[in-house]
Each structure stands twice: as C-alpha cells, then as structure tokens.
Design a protein around this ligand. Structure first.
Ligand code: HEC
Length: 407
C-alpha cells in the first residue's frame, strides 16, 4: 500500500520537473534520521519530504499568478493555474494517509483540512468564481507556515533553488513564500523589510500585526532563539507608524525575551519536566494577560507550544501524560486562535478525549472544547451552533464522561 502510493507519487512528481532539490546540507546534522532513512529506502518520511518539495514547486509556479489579479485572469495562464491547483490538491490528498515524520496527532487533521480547502478553491475555479479561488489560494502559504511553525522541528533551508521570480511579490508575500518553503532565514529578512514598511503599518495595521506575530512565532518556535526574537523586536520598533495595539504588546514581548535570555538553558529535560515547564509558562502568561485575546504574552505561549509540540512529535507519550500534553497544547494554541485558519486547539481537545476517555483529563478537555465551539458560533444574533456540530459535541461529551456501573 505504502509502496504503491510512493510509486504513484513519483510518477506525479516527475511529470512536472524531474530534478529534486538537493537538501543534503540540512540533513547532515541529523545522522539518526539519515541512518533510519537508509534502512528503509521507501520509508514514509522520505516520501513525505518529496511531497513537500513537490508542494514547494507547485507553489512557486502558482504564487506569482495568484498575487496578481491580472495575471490570474489572463486567459493564457488558465491551463497552468488549473494544473498547479490540481497538483497541490493531489499532493495534499496524498499526505492524508501518511503520518509523516512527526507523531504529532494534529498533523493528520491538518492535512485533511488543507485538502478540503484546496478542493474548494478548485471547485471555485471550475465554476468561474475566480476571485474567491484567487483569495483562497493566496492563503495557501499560510497553511504551509502554520503547519511548519506548529510542529517546530524539521529542516531549515538556507536557500532553495525554486523557480520563482520573487521580485514580482511584495516583501510580505516574499516572507510568506520563504516561510512556507522553510527558508526561514530568508523569511525573517523579508519579514523585517515588510515590518519596517510604514505605509503597510498605517494602511493595514491588522495585517501588519499578524505578520509581526508570525515572524515572532518563527524566531521562537522554529528557531528557538531569543537572540533572533530580540533582533526582530528591535527592527519592529523602528517603524514610526507602529499600530497602538502593537506598542503595548511590544513592551511585554521585549520583557519576555529579556527574561528568556536570562534563564539557564534547560537541556535534556525529561518529558515530565518539559510538560511541567510548558505549564508554568502558560500559567505565567494567563496571569499577565489583561483580556482573553491580549497578545502581550505571545512569546510565552509560543515557547510553551514549541515544547509541547516537541513532546507530541517525539511519540514517547502514552495514556494520561499524552492526554495532559494534548490539553496544554490546546490551551497554548488557543491563545493565538485569531491568527490561525484552523481551530487546531479543538483538534487537540478532541484527541485528548479520545486518548483517555472517561477520565478527569478528558472532562477538562471537553469543557474547553465546548467553550471554544460555543465561542466560534457566537455572533451578534446570539449562539447559533449547527445541528451536526451539536451532535459531534454530544459524542465527545459521552466519551469524556465517566462510565456508569450500569453499562
Ligand atoms: C500538515 C502539515 C503540513 C502542511 C500543510 C505543509 N507541510 Fe511542509 N512539512 C511538514 C512536516 C511535518 C515536515 C517535515 C519536518 C521534518 O522533516 O521533520 C515538512 C517539511 C517540508 C519541507 C522540507 C522537505 C525536505 O526535503 O525535508 C518543505 C520544503 C515543505 N515542507 C514545504 C511545504 C509547502 C510549500 C507547503 C504548502 C504548500 C507545506 N509544506 C505544507 C508539514 C506540513
């Protein structure tokens, strides 16, 4: 089964461009992984990485057309656009049956949602709803970035030789493209350029702040570097048109980074100690937040997420410690729910309940799940939860509740 899908995939990949991008440099630092890959040449993680490289190629071809309305609507580009989107969709689909190199239980849920969104874009394209298709395809990079920053680990390419003319993209679009394709150093440089753009901060403070937080998440979760975070914050501060909400958060961010730099680096923590440390970061963040979507404590939440995803990705946890880690990963990710397209925190709560049904942890997870769903369906006209969502909640409620002796 795995072999079949790999062969099929290689056919798919080679039909585009035949050369894979060499990425041996980034893998040198990981001899264990290399040895493992050598033992099982058709291993899932090898094909996962090839699919990711193919995603990068389709994205390179598509992005310049998606960011320009006129190129997107130019009849001579139609066939290529549809081919690229179809390609992305097939790749997203092929990821679904593949757990990838990570044991993080949110990854399969994310691949499913990624495919669904590409499917919607493809349908919109076919039915002539081009502007909707273009807008949703523009978001593709955000999916890649979110997945990569959640799971944290993975290669960091100094530079990939992808066939894309980044000059046709704005600094922000370049930053997102580089982050999506895991060229994180180039991404941070482009983010710094975009974030020093006064016109952008003035005309679109919301977009500007989202970009600032994404760049911060990269320095904290992917690079795990207080020096990089500090450098980024210094750069952000030079923008004369800093949105007022960011000015307040910035002071707190700088304090978090200063405190982080003073900490003794904690190496080789046991899983239990890592979980404990992540919990303490989240508790500190909660105590300091002044209102629920107060972003001033982002750095603490990003650090906690990074630790929790390391734990989940290691595949070492089982039973109650796993459920507890899923609970806290949910809490940490919920703190940036306004930044994400995906309600990933809900995936974590659901997974927590499945891991330890009928337990105190499961009950805790159900409470958060139920609150989050209710919040998600609240509007000016009150709470309006669709019946199928209520049914789903009901199932998780039953799963979480203690079994009565009558069963
Ligand atoms: C479902 C989550 C998810 C999505 C969505 C996703 N990725 Fe990835 N990506 C990963 C994981 C996990 C890895 C591997 C990390 C590791 O090797 O440990 C990875 C690795 C990569 C790599 C490195 C591959 C190598 O050769 O090692 C590239 C390049 C990449 N992704 C590009 C993309 C692009 C471009 C997109 C969007 C079009 C994307 N990814 C979407 C999860 C995702």
């Amino acid at each position: 089964m795995a072999r079949n899908s790999t062969t099929w995939l290689l056919v798919l990949l080679t039909s585009g461009s035949a050369s894979f991008i060499s990425c041996t440099g980034s893998k040198k630092s990981d001899p264990a992984k290399k040895a493992e890959a050598a033992q099982t040449p058709a291993s899932q993680s090898a094909s996962w990485n090839e699919k990711m490289q193919a995603l990068s190629r389709s994205l390179s071809s598509l992005l310049p057309m998606v960011t320009s309305k006129s190129k997107f609507n130019d009849p001579k580009n139609q066939a290529q656009i549809e081919k690229d989107v179809r390609n992305l969709r097939s790749l997203a689909h092929s990821l679904k049956g593949d757990a990838g190199p990570m044991a993080d239980p949110a990854v399969p849920a994310m691949t499913g949602l990624f495919e669904e969104d590409l499917e919607r874009a493809l349908e919109a394209l076919r039915s002539g709803n081009r502007e909707f298709a273009r807008q949703s395809l523009r978001d593709t990079t955000s999916y890649c970035i979110q997945c990569h920053t959640q799971t944290g680990t993975g290669p960091n390419f100094p530079q990939l030789n992808l066939n894309i003319d980044t000059n046709s993209l704005t600094s922000l679009e370049q930053a997102e493209f580089f982050a999506a394709t895991r060229q994180f150093d180039r991404a941070l440089m482009a983010y710094e350029r975009a974030l020093s753009d006064e016109a952008l901060a003035r005309s679109n403070p919301f977009e500007w702040e989202q970009a600032a937080r994404t760049a911060l998440a990269i320095t904290v979760q992917v690079k795990n570097s207080h020096a990089d975070a500090q450098k980024l914050l210094a750069q952000i501060q030079t923008n004369a048109a800093l949105p007022s909400s960011t000015q307040q958060a910035l002071r707190a961010w700088k304090k978090s980074v200063r405190d982080w730099a003073k900490e003794k680096p904690a190496r080789d923590l046991s899983p239990a100690k890592k979980l404990e440390f992540a919990q303490s970061l989240i508790r500190q963040a909660k105590n300091r937040q002044e209102f629920p979507m107060d972003h001033s404590q982002d750095i603490l939440y990003f650090r906690a997420s990074g630790l929790l995803h390391q734990l989940l990705g290691s595949g070492e946890l089982k039973g109650e410690p796993l459920a507890e880690t899923l609970y806290w990963a949910g809490v940490a990710s919920e703190a940036s729910r306004d930044m994400n397209f995906w309600t990933l925190h809900e995936t974590y709560y659901e997974q927590c309940i499945r891991t330890m049904p009928s337990s105190a942890v499961a009950k805790k997870c159900f409470e958060r799940l139920s609150e989050s769903v209710t919040l998600g369906y609240s509007g000016s006209a009150g709470v309006n939860i669709p019946p199928e969502v209520i049914q789903r909640l009901e199932r998780f409620k039953n799963m979480a509740e203690p079994k009565t002796s009558a069963d």
